[in-house]
Ligand binder design. Structure first.
Ligand code: NAD
Ligand code: 2HG
Length: 390
């Protein structure tokens, strides 16, 4: 039985992927081989000895202690692109809320409860509506910071609204570059993007290198009155600097999915409770993708969409499968193969890949190796984890 511990509300469609005769899936479970979760923060939790994989049903992995997992040979997965459309649609809502007096106008209408006469209400509204006039998005410039799964969809959506789009992404993948509409004008750096945009939308991961990328200094490059949208992560924006820039009239509005106390009670801030990926479709897509990736890893040892291990897969060749992870130093695979040879275990097929400080190996062997062979592999210098998959 594989034991999967869940955190957060995981879509039933994802949970239903696990065959009940092979899996126990629960929020309270001892000795889990894997975790399945959304945004729950795991940095301060003790890592169980039995843990081999963590599947994040979502894009951001800043809630996971990735470095510690890598050292322990634990494979961390995410679900790239599975919730991108949901975020794109909320960015569209943010652009519309920021360009028109929608929230302010709606709040005003709700104050008119003491007017009983429809004609009187209509007359008053016609007088007052000028206070809620806005601007059209048509012809304005959107700056997209980070042109990955979400950023490229946001760029495409803005072009469909007849906005101009400028983008900045110093580490654009080849796949993302192919996806990106050619009309997106590439900027050389963040400062020039900020200087060219009426609206700026952030779509970068929360990393040490992106922490407070929007700060007192970078905010000075903004066009006066520009709108900043942050549906990426709180840590990317220095919110104290945002408040100072709003107060100084440099930044016009801040629209975000990450409220903080200093942002509340302001008419120039629209804050949502981290609902970028909160649609039935996105929750299902993420949960199904995470569950499928986890099962392929547990049943076959294959790795797809890991954030700390290399992509690797091999078709089953019959026989028995051994997988192992090791520190990425020379000679480890050779040692493991000698262990197999010394014990007369015949190798049918194998594949080996590395990523930064770790390597991962799949070896199909003719017959099920004795436990002592697996113990000998585990004892090879620099081997981190070993699994035998029937
Ligand atoms: N609000 C939500 O609920 C919600 C939902 C999904 C994702 N997110 C956040 O959005 C982030 C992006 O998601 P994605 O699916 O588009 O990820 P992605 O990996 O497809 O794209 C991220 C892009 O950012 C780029 N990037 C990295 N550092 C950069 C920098 N310094 N400047 C400019 N670009 C940089 C990368 O090269 C990559 O192309 C996630 O990491 C997550 O934190 C939030
Ligand atoms: O699970 C969620 O609701 C949020 C997920 C989102 O922040 C992500 O990074 O994919």
């Amino acid at each position: 039985m594989y034991k999967i511990k869940t955190y957060n509300q995981i879509s039933v469609k994802g949970l239903d992927r696990f065959p009940r005769d092979r899996y126990e899936v629960a929020s309270e479970i001892g000795h889990p081989i894997a975790y399945l979760l959304r945004s729950h923060k795991l940095h301060d939790e003790v890592i169980p000895e039995t843990l081999r994989a963590v599947a994040r049903a979502g894009a951001g992995v800043n809630n996971l202690p990735i470095e510690a997992y890598t050292q322990r040979g634990i494979v961390a997965f995410n679900t790239p692109g599975a919730n991108a459309n949901a975020v794109k649609e909320l960015v569209l809502a943010g652009l519309l809320l920021g360009s028109r007096g929608i929230t302010q106008g709606m709040s005003y209408v709700q104050t008119l409860t003491d007017i009983g006469d429809a004609a009187a209400m209509s007359k008053l509204l016609e007088q007052e509506k000028k206070r809620f006039a806005g601007q059209e998005l048509y012809g304005k410039t959107l700056g997209v910071v980070g042109l990955g799964a979400i950023g490229s969809m946001v760029a495409e959506m803005a072009l469909a609204l007849d906005m101009k789009v400028v983008g900045f992404d110093p580490a654009l993948s080849v796949e993302a570059a192919w996806r990106l509409p050619s009309q997106v004008q590439k900027m050389e750096n963040l400062q020039s993007l900020l200087a060219h945009a009426d609206y700026v939308s952030l779509h970068v991961p929360a990393l040490e290198s992106t922490r407070h990328m929007i700060n007192r200094e970078t905010l000075q490059s903004l066009r006066p009155g520009a709108t900043l949208l942050n549906f990426a992560r709180d840590a990317i924006v220095d919110s104290a600097a945002v408040v100072a820039s709003l107060d100084a009239g440099q930044l016009g509005q801040y629209i975000c999915d990450f409220p903080e106390p200093c942002l509340l009670g302001r008419s120039d801030v629209i804050a949502m409770p981290h609902i970028g990926a909160s649609t039935a479709e996105a929750e299902e897509n993420c949960a199904v993708m995470a569950a499928d990736q986890l099962m392929d890893f547990l049943h076959n040892g294959n790795i797809k969409n890991s954030v700390n291990f290399p992509p690797i897969s091999m078709a089953r060749n019959g026989g028995c499968r051994i997988t192992f992870s090791n520190e990425n130093v020379s000679g480890v695979l050779g040692h493991v193969l000698s262990v197999l040879a010394d014990n007369e275990v015949n190798v049918l097929d194998m594949v080996n890949k590395s990523r930064e400080q770790v390597a991962y190996n799949i070896i199909d062997v003719e017959q099920s190796p004795h436990d002592s062979v697996i113990d000998s592999i585990a004892a090879v210098d620099h081997v981190i984890t070993v699994r035998v998959i029937a």
